[in-house]
Design a protein around this ligand. Structure first.
Ligand code: ATP
Ligand code: MG
Length: 225
């Protein structure tokens, strides 16, 4: 089985995450998508609510989808949540399966800052999801992607949904990179946190169940309805 892995801080989870996971699942024929909330993200911690709440919000958000699962392997691991450590655990949990890392284009461009990036791109294929504000052609700046510029240009023009290239690791058999144009949802957790901080509505940006959880627990100064 092909298994998708979607990591993130999910601070909070929103419809951009869910729709991207659903469309990549369909396009690449993934049997499952594992959502893995980071415990202590190495690269950011702005307004980070406790990991138990973030895991619970992802559970609520994914509850209605039989193919979506939540793993708390990063949430329960002490210290910074390095993807390279998660890969080790996933290899033990899913020894027979092909793993596909699902990342937004912004996250993929950050990959050189991740611990052991060269090893990470040897461990799994990647689905790189276009994100509003990041043209697919910007991915040519990544040292970890080899792909025809024209195939990215087509995605930017709204032609086709998947462009296939290869990950660049410097050693071993090159893994595949699928750049995927999903339904563009210009939603970010940063924007949701700002709206909640200003007492504005966040309806229709995240699942109702997650919105209720935020309000009940007064997260992100979330006293709005
Ligand atoms: P923040 O604004 O706090 O960084 P975020 O909305 O970017 O939050 P993350 O938890 O950082 O959410 O994202 C987890 C993964 O999901 C990353 O790979 C990110 O690129 C991707 N992602 C987040 N939002 C979207 C979206 N609207 N469309 C496609 N991919 C997304
Ligand atoms: Mg982000």
């Amino acid at each position: 089985m092909r298994v998708g892995i979607l990591g993130g801080t999910f601070n909070p989870v929103h419809l951009g995450h869910l729709r991207a996971a659903e469309e990549v699942r369909e396009l690449l024929g993934l049997g499952e998508v594992l959502f893995i909330p980071a415990g202590v993200p190495p690269l950011k911690n702005a307004d980070l609510v406790d990991v138990t709440s973030r895991v619970e919000m992802v559970r609520l958000a994914t509850a209605g989808n039989a193919a979506f699962k939540v793993l708390d392997i990063e949430a329960t691991r002490p210290g910074p949540s390095y993807t390279i450590d998660t890969i080790g655990t996933l290899g033990e949990l899913y020894p027979e399966d092909d793993l596909v890392f699902i990342v937004g284009a912004d996250a993929f461009l950050d990959l050189p800052k991740w611990k052991d990036a060269g090893k990470i791109v040897c461990a799994a294929d990647f689905a790189i999801v276009c994100r509003p504000g990041v043209p697919a052609l910007d991915l040519l700046d990544s040292p970890h992607l080899s792909i025809e510029p024209e195939s990215l240009g087509r995605l930017d023009r709204g032609e086709g949904t998947v462009a296939e290239g290869a990950l660049v690791s410097g050693k071993g058999e090159p893994r595949k990179a699928f750049v995927v144009r999903t339904t563009a949802l210009d939603i970010s957790a940063t924007d949701i946190r700002k709206r909640l901080g200003r007492g504005q509505s966040v309806a229709y940006l995240l699942p109702e169940t997650v919105k209720s959880f935020i309000i009940t627990n007064a997260l992100y100064s979330g006293d709005t309805s």
